[in-house]
Design a binder for this molecule. Structure first.
Ligand SMILES: [Zn+2]
Length: 323
């Protein structure tokens, strides 16, 4: 399904839909198990990097498999969106739409304003013929993730959002208010030390509220919203990893954002950390194991636990299926 009804209900209900990226079968299974167990709608996203890694055709059939799997797990009416994350060209978006994606993002945020509008409008005009919803982006997030990277962030300018959303016809808008891509969102120097923990600068809720005033009820999307849980980082480092100064967005701030017009929150790095932590721990404790199922099973379990935690304790989308 596309995101239209899902987002309307999320804004009215004061919660956000989780958008989890997937590249592997284990991630896909963990996402579906978590969504079914919590009765949550879910957006499964595929990046350009995921398409390069896993193959676009395979990912498309995995998403179809995800819907069938959710039904097999006992969910009669699963609500699953297959979404392209950070489409960087009309051709890529068109390819995904032609393949059966129900939602795409066109990310022209690095382009000059008028070019961003022209590109987004072109994708919207094509996508809407097939009832595919389109997310566009205004403002630039800092950080590195897959093929998306920027050294600095530029907050979304609230004075541009009405013009941008009207002229592009986009269905949702990704904004920049201080979130960031990847597991190294902030340097220790940008943070303050509170009770021995590095706390990053707060999200710009004033900008979010200004945007909400300009576009009442319009779906807003937050990218780069992993929390980078310290216990996973510590497990990785304890069992031979070396992750320095990994700092994410505090979950309380995401919970606060979920209650506003923010109705889609993207989480990718936390899944990577949960998977890597479980694999490192298993292999360190069972050096004789060489069957991938032996270490991918605990990895899948750990991701599922993380997804459930996000759904229930951060986004509040549990129990929100329409039927
Ligand atoms: Zn992103």
């Amino acid at each position: 399904m596309n995101t239209r009804e899902m987002f309307k209900r999320a804004i009215a209900g004061g919660y956000a839909i989780p958008a989890f990226n997937f590249n592997t079968m284990e991630q896909m299974q963990a996402i579906v198990m978590a969504a079914v167990e919590t009765k949550s709608p879910v957006i499964m996203q595929v990046s350009k990097g995921a398409r390069n890694y896993a193959n676009a055709t395979i990912l498309r059939y995995m998403a179809e498999g995800a819907v069938a799997y959710a039904k097999e797990l006992g969910c009669e009416h699963p609500e699953i969106v297959l979404h392209l994350d950070h489409g960087d060209s009309f051709e890529l978006c068109k390819d995904c739409i032609d393949m059966g994606f129900s939602s795409v993002m066109i990310d022209g945020s690095s382009l000059p304003y008028e070019e961003n509008i022209a590109l987004a409008k072109k994708v919207v005009d094509y996508a809407h013929q097939f009832d595919v919803t389109v997310e566009a982006e205004l403002g630039v997030l800092a950080g590195v993730e897959d093929e998306v990277s920027s050294a600095e962030s530029h907050y979304t300018k609230p004075e541009e959002v009405i013009d941008f959303s009207t002229r592009t016809g986009c269905d949702s808008l990704a904004i920049s208010i201080g979130t960031s891509h990847g597991a190294h969102k902030f340097t220790p120097e940008q943070c303050t030390l509170v009770n021995g923990v590095l706390v990053p600068p707060p999200l710009a809720f004033d900008i979010l509220h200004e945007i909400e005033k300009k576009l009442p009820g319009f779906p807003i999307v937050l990218h780069g919203s992993s929390s980078v849980p310290m216990d996973e980082v510590n497990t990785i480092n304890q069992f031979g990893g070396h992750l320095e100064a990994a700092i994410g967005i505090p979950e309380e701030q995401l919970r606060e954002a979920s209650k506003s017009a923010v109705c889609k929150i993207n989480i990718d790095s936390d899944s990577r950390l949960a998977m890597t932590a479980a694999i490192r721990k298993h292999l360190a404790e069972h050096p004789g194991d060489f069957d991938p199922r032996q270490y991918l099973k605990p990895a899948r379990e750990n991701m599922k636990k993380m997804y459930i935690h996000k759904i229930v304790n951060v986004l509040g989308s549990n129990g929100k299926l329409a039927q």
